[in-house]
Design a protein. Structure first.
Lengths: 362, 200
């Protein structure tokens, strides 16, 4: 592991350690004046963080392929929670079999192949929204049961979109080219101040780059993914923390009474500051890009939370976890990741194309 | 083999197990459950702790479980299933007699008193076998079990399972009361299963 990755991981561990200590003390004290329910929520969140951090760091250290497999398993479990919650009819059974055992592995296989240099972005980005969506409709039509046809196909498609397609963009971050190709002759637009800001960063590596086609900073993709997950989790927690301030303007009371304007704006603002402060971890991006992406993540995380809340409310459950007693409720933990991942991926990709890291002219 | 299969069944069915006012025990029991899927017996058997599982025999239809080598192997070697011949029921060889003879004073049973798989989520009326079993062996603890969502994991007429989440709830034991009429007992037993369904 390189120094930057170690720095990032140690920073996060220190932060988590501090947060754990604070909440542990608050749990012990009954006279702190803070609602025990809020402390308990933080406690559970921090515990989930520890697990997620440990698993992600382990996976990233072992190999990128392991990380892709890990996200496939998360996706599989999230999809089974989603489909368990939404009623399907027995005639959807065959279509569901395809969805679980063919489509989900295939999507993550495409992501995995991208890590090995196959340029599959095109197929990866349309497999589910084009081919699979059409296939699911046709397969259900073939079952000969027309009852509530659009309802049923929409449920399966929504599950696939959120739990498989969107989530697959998180490990896909590992395949983005974060260093310029050896023949990097594509000039950056000179009028852009950001281009000058980032021009100073990769400079020491130029010689190394021209000598070998290898990535001069092999840890950068892992840090990008780690940065993304960290920002999602931080924005969730900070939005929750900001929502505790007294004057509450709830955004959608009928869907999610916990999400307030104060929480959203305060959370997005503070996570942007943290993102900017961590810009060094994700070269080649400048600090303003890190801050901007952190804000985008905060807004997408909010969108994910209220969307899943609407689905849960419609089905009359509080958490996907309480749906079947004893299950963790993975979908409750990753709803913000699912919504933020494709947007984060594409904004990052646009930036890379604009600055000549990625050649899409072919 | 048994432990591996139990693990696979747990993964595929995503089954969470709840004991409601009830505890796993190796004493002689009859687990009676609703029946919607071929996987019910495997999943229920897998949900029991290993020491209880070793002493628990699912009652299954001979014609289904002896068709094909894999099923036959699983039924006889892994689950130690008690296979009942549905086609040849003789006077002194009624299923209940076979069950009582086979369990002796050692084994517990898993039975599905609806008699066959029910389509959808409902629970059909119970067949009278459960009553006769209790009448001949009133010392057995009758444990109601509700298996939720298995009908979606492997519905009737399907071969390949879809890995949704299911749950298995074990309830408190019931016994046949002295002089209790057959219809009353069967209704009470069925209600014990339905109560577990409603406890979500």
């Amino acid at each position: 592991m390189d120094a930057k990755t170690v720095g990032l991981v140690c920073g996060v561990l220190a932060l988590l350690g501090a947060a754990t200590a604070v909440v542990w003390v608050l749990r012990r004290r009954t006279d702190s004046g803070i609602d025990p329910a809020i402390v308990q929520t933080f406690w559970l969140r921090i515990r989930a963080w520890w697990i997620f951090c440990a698993v992600l760091v382990t996976a990233l250290v072992i190999a990128k392929t392991v990380t892709v497999v890990l996200f496939w398993l998360i996706s599989f479990w999230a999809l089974r929670e989603f489909i368990t919650l939404t009623p399907t009819r027995p005639s959807d059974h065959r279509a569901l079999f395809w969805v679980f055992f063919v489509v989900t592995p295939l999507q993550f296989l495409l992501v995995g192949l991208e890590l090995y240099g196959f340029k599959l972005y095109g197929l990866h980005s349309i497999l589910i929204p084009v081919y699979v969506f059409l296939f699911v409709q046709a397969r259900i039509a073939m079952s000969g049961d027309a009852k509530r046809f659009l309802d049923r196909t929409a449920k399966i498609q929504a599950g696939l979109l959120i739990c498989v397609y969107c989530l697959s963009y998180a490990p896909a971050l590992l395949a983005l080219p974060l260093s310029k190709p050896p023949a990097a002759s594509a000039p950056s637009p000179p009028s852009n101040p950001a281009a000058q800001a980032d021009a100073s960063l990769p400079a020491p590596n130029e010689n190394l780059l021209s000598r070998s086609a290898q990535n001069p900073d092999p840890g950068s993709n892992a840090r990008l993914l780690f940065f993304f997950i960290l920002m999602v989790q931080l924005s969730d927690t900070l939005q929750y923390a900001w929502a505790q301030i007294p004057s509450k303007h709830v955004i959608v009371p009928s869907i999610h009474p916990g999400k307030t304007w104060e929480g959203l704006l305060g959370g997005a603002g503070s996570v942007a500051l943290i993102g900017a402060a961590l810009w060094w971890a994700i070269p080649p991006f400048p600090y303003w890009f890190a801050a901007g992406m952190a804000m985008v993540i905060a807004f997408m995380g909010f969108a994910g939370a209220i969307t899943m809340s609407a689905i849960k409310r419609d089905r009359g459950v509080k958490d996907f976890g309480t749906l079947v007693a004893g299950h963790g409720g993975i979908l409750d933990r990753i709803d913000s990741i699912c919504f933020a991942a494709p947007v984060f991926y594409h904004f990052t990709r646009y930036w890379l194309i604009y600055h000549g890291y990625l050649d899409v002219s072919a | 083999m048994g432990a591996g299969l139990a693990l696979l069944a747990k993964f595929l069915s995503g089954a969470s197990v709840r004991w409601i006012d009830s505890q796993p025990d190796t004493c002689q029991r009859v687990y009676f459950a609703n029946h919607t899927s071929h996987l019910d017996a495997i999943v229920l058997w897998s949900a029991l702790p290993p020491d209880v599982r070793a002493l628990t025999r699912p009652v299954a239809a001979k014609d289904y479980w002896t068709a094909g080598r894999v099923r036959h192997y699983l039924a006889t070697r892994v689950f130690n299933a008690l296979l009942i011949d549905r086609t040849e029921i003789k006077v002194h060889q009624s299923p209940v007699d076979v069950m009582i003879r086979e369990i002796g004073h050692r084994y517990s049973l898993i039975v599905f008193p609806e008699g066959g798989r029910t389509a959808g989520e409902g629970v059909s009326e119970f067949k009278s076998g459960l009553y006769y079993l209790c009448k001949k062996r009133p010392d057995l603890e009758m444990i109601p079990v509700y298996i939720d969502n298995m009908n979606r994991i492997l519905p009737r007429g399907e071969v390949l399972p879809v890995p949704l989440l299911s749950s298995i709830s074990f309830g408190p034991p019931i016994w046949l009361e002295a002089g209790e009429p057959k219809a009353d007992f069967l209704r009470r037993a069925r209600e014990a299963v339905l109560r577990l369904k409603e406890s979500y």
